[in-house]
Ligand binder design. Structure first.
Ligand SMILES: Nc1ncnc2c1ncn2[C@@H]1O[C@H](COP(=O)(O)OP(=O)(O)OP(=O)(O)O)[C@@H](O)[C@H]1O
Ligand SMILES: [Mg+2]
Length: 260
């Protein structure tokens, strides 16, 4: 197969030109980073698991009317998505205090919040993705007031839906990060959910034990990182199984195969 043109290589994914105009291929790597790239590592099999988990969640969200970039699964590590113009804002929603919020505001990790709190971060690695307000976003032209309204509205719907979906499999959705992008259809601009939804950018705790099943295991050196990602995939019913010595065409024989 002709090698596709690489568009961008990020910390967790590589983007390639897609087969049709306006599409791109997201390739999910095993690389993991934390603390603005200061901590680096690999989590074996993470790319396969995140590809499957994100595909599953984006598909469920499409079914409830959330516009997303997801088009179709391609293989174990790749999915075809619509190319969007990424809005340089990370939208974070928090249901329970954890991570940087606990640190900044001195609210003990695990404290349920009186209501879901939305935060914005400016996507800029050199600056360490600083937190910004709506004022900064509109003043510097990163997004309009209408864009922000659309993103917040979508984020809260995603939060409601995913909170219930995860609770159904014994997981608490503590917080997560979303990215949105712009697409144009007949001169009209629409905002769609982009990037990925996976244990790389969600905090998920077991309902009964509060065990962390997300990237915090990597950030905090808690061990069992790969197992945690596998457990999330297993509970969602999308866990690939290891098959030995009989990979599909062109596949690394050690690549796990998906059981549907
Ligand atoms: N549908 C899409 N169209 C265009 N770009 C996308 C789309 N979905 C995600 N992206 C962008 O692709 C990149 C995904 O790669 P990755 O997650 O590895 O990046 P990253 O290392 O987190 O870097 P960044 O700081 O740029 O987000 C991100 O920059 C993300 O904003
Ligand atoms: Mg990213």
């Amino acid at each position: 197969m002709a090698r596709r043109r690489k568009i961008y290589e990020g910390k967790a994914k590589v983007l390639f030109e897609g087969p049709e105009p306006g599409t791109i291929v997201q390739y999910f790597k095993d690389d993991a980073t934390a603390f603005n790239n200061q901590k680096k590592g690999t989590i074996s099999g993470k790319g396969v698991l995140n590809n499957r988990i994100s595909e599953f969640l984006m598909t469920r969200l499409t079914e409830i009317g959330i516009p997303t970039h997801f088009i179709r699964a391609l293989n174990m590590r790749e999915q075809l998505v619509r190319q969007v113009e990424i809005i340089p804002i990370e939208v974070v929603v928090r249901n329970v205090a954890a991570g940087s919020m606990s640190k900044r505001l001195g609210i003990p990790e695990g404290t349920p919040l009186p209501r879901s709190i939305v935060e914005y971060y400016y996507k800029n690695d050199e600056l360490g993705d600083p937190m910004v307000s709506e004022e900064h976003i509109t003043a510097f032209g990163w997004a309009s007031t209408q864009d922000i309204d659309d993103m917040v509205h979508l984020t809260l719907r995603v939060n409601d839906y995913l909170s219930g979906l995860f609770l159904g499999v014994g997981l608490k959705l503590i917080d997560f990060k979303l990215e949105f992008g712009r697409v144009w259809e007949d001169e009209e601009m629409r905002i769609v959910l982009a990037d990925e939804i996976s244990p790389d950018n969600c905090r998920l705790w077991d309902v009964k034990t509060n065990q962390k099943l997300d990237k915090d295991r990597f950030r905090q050196d808690l061990g069992g990182v790969q197992e945690a990602y596998q457990e999330v995939a297993r509970r969602l019913g999308v866990l690939p199984v290891e098959v030995e010595g009989e990979g599909g065409e062109g596949e690394d024989p050690r690549t796990p195969r998906v059981v549907n």
